[in-house]
Design a protein around this ligand. Structure first.
Ligand code: C2E
Ligand code: MG
Ligand code: MG
Length: 442
């Protein structure tokens, strides 16, 4: 393991991160290998998009995907954070410019993470002003997220002066990962900030640990008393959303709404999010899924993706076992069907991550054609999807408290069943093969 001063040592909490060196970061910058992902920040009432957090991504041909936690500490230690930070800001400002004049994006702010080191640099406001000017945007579209750091005290005179200068440019500043640092009440009172982002460890436990809810309520009240906003990070389930909203938190971010995505996917995500049926109400946890529509879901279903990733073989085997007590499993086990099934699972996985289920619907047609070619009757095909629906939703209900995910999976498989039905409605191939042969013989 590389542990030179330029390289991130795999200390506690960093286990499994690739070790990267300063020259590798420099090379990635030169070769344009960094990119940005955008994660929506929404009101807890789910009626407005407030902004998007900008997150660093690095896809390296040798190292693979290098997460920001592997990059930022090395960049901070080696001084590269200034160049990298300016690059991120430049890209974010270009994105803001591309939204200019588009009414629906005009008021969407970009929340850019900066290092506390950047805040301690007296040259930072000047550089930000240049970046804004070159991009042709003003500071009101930017919100800077800073995490309390062990490297530098954000309460230093320099940092306070830098914050004041940035805010004078219309830029907002929020304290990220709030609740994990050393913030005290008196210190918060004097910090020139506009908001707090509550660390996602609170959200993660709000429905399971009874002591968390009063804390989140108190922090929300405190934020409002200080005149700053509070964002709940890491909201993954409907129950967590309902809990943070109940505590008075009015802005949230997390996989429940969307995963970080490339900028060009935001418009499609937003259209789907605004269209979704359950947007006005936070559904109860214990409601049973109902068979209703044959519509494909219009939002990502990360839990479903995770389940398919880890257990698709077992789920398929279980679905097949349920329908084949006496019949012929080979119809769903030919090499062509296996290949079509692999493509189907890949499409299901990708679409449950992105929320765009068109590919799944297309690949499903191929899947059923292959099953049909192998001799599976339409009734058998239909039974197969139906039992897969039951098996998958049952597994989801065991593994998560996300009712939205269970409903999304249920709707997805129902929609695929409807698709199969409507493609067969005009044919007379409904009678199972064995019976048909008997009829023919009669
Ligand atoms: P952060 O600023 O607290 O960003 C939120 C992190 O939580 C992101 O991880 C995001 O992908 C992840 N996340 C969002 N919603 C959920 C959820 O519902 N569940 C879970 N489990 N995770 C969720 P990411 O992208 O790996 O970034 C990690 C950290 O790296 C960021 O934490 C931020 O501190 C830092 N970072 C990222 N980009 C930059 C950058 O451009 N500059 C600087 N200085 N730091 C950055
Ligand atoms: Mg952040
Ligand atoms: Mg955070």
């Amino acid at each position: 393991m590389v542990t030179s001063p330029d390289t991130l040592a795999h200390g506690p909490g960093n286990a499994g991160l690739p070790a990267v060196s300063a020259p590798q970061i420099e090379e990635a910058l030169t070769a344009n290998r960094f990119s940005l992902a955008y994660q929506p920040i929404v009101t807890t009432s789910q009626d407005a998009l407030v902004g998007c957090e900008v997150l660093l991504r690095w896809e390296d041909p040798d190292l693979g995907a290098v997460p920001p936690h592997a990059v930022i500490p090395v960049a901070e230690r080696t001084g590269l954070i200034f160049e990298l930070g300016d690059w991120v800001l430049g890209q974010a400002c270009d994105q803001l410019r591309s939204w200019k004049g588009q009414a629906e994006w005009d008021d969407v702010t970009l929340w850019v993470n900066i290092s506390a080191l950047q805040l301690a640099d007296v040259g930072f406001p000047g550089r930000v002003a240049t970046i804004l000017r070159e991009a042709g945007v003003d500071g009101t579209g930017l919100c800077l997220e800073v995490t309390e750091s062990t490297l530098v005290d954000v309460r230093s005179q320099t940092s306070l002066a830098v914050m004041a200068e940035l805010r004078a440019m219309g830029i907002r500043i929020v304290l990220d990962d709030f609740g994990t640092g050393y913030s005290s009440l008196s210190y918060l009172r004097h910090l020139p900030i506009d908001g707090l982002k509550l660390d996602r460890s609170f959200t993660a436990e709000i429905t399971t640990d009874g002591s968390i809810r009063p804390i989140v309520r108190a922090v929300t009240d405190m934020a409002h008393a200080l005149g700053v906003s509070l964002v709940a990070e890491g909201v993954e389930t409907d129950a967590q959303l309902a809990a943070v909203a109940d505590c008075g938190t009015d802005v949230a971010q997390g996989y429940l709404f969307a995963r970080p995505m490339p900028a060009h996917e935001l418009a499609r995500w937003r259209a789907g999010w605004l269209r979704r049926p359950e947007r006005s109400a936070v559904p109860a946890d214990d409601a049973t899924p109902q068979l209703n529509i044959g519509r494909l879901p219009d939002a990502p279903a990360p839990e479903l993706a995770r389940l398919l990733e880890t257990e698709s073989e077992a789920l398929f085997a279980e679905a097949a076992r349920r329908i084949y007590t006496s019949s012929i499993p080979e119809r769903f086990a030919t090499p062509d069907f296996e290949r079509a099934r692999e493509r189907w699972v890949r499409a299901l996985l990708r679409d449950s991550r992105s929320g765009d289920y068109d590919a799944t619907a297309r690949v499903t047609d191929t899947l059923f054609r292959q099953a049909s070619a192998a001799g599976a009757t339409p009734l058998e095909q239909h039974l197969f999807v139906t039992s897969l629906r039951l098996v998958v939703t049952r597994a989801l209900r065991r593994g998560t408290d996300t009712r939205r995910e269970v409903m999304a999976a249920w709707n997805l498989f129902t929609a695929l069943e409807h698709r199969l039905l409507s493609s067969l409605r005009s044919t007379d191939r409904w009678i199972p093969g064995d019976l048909r042969r008997e009829e023919d013989a009669a």
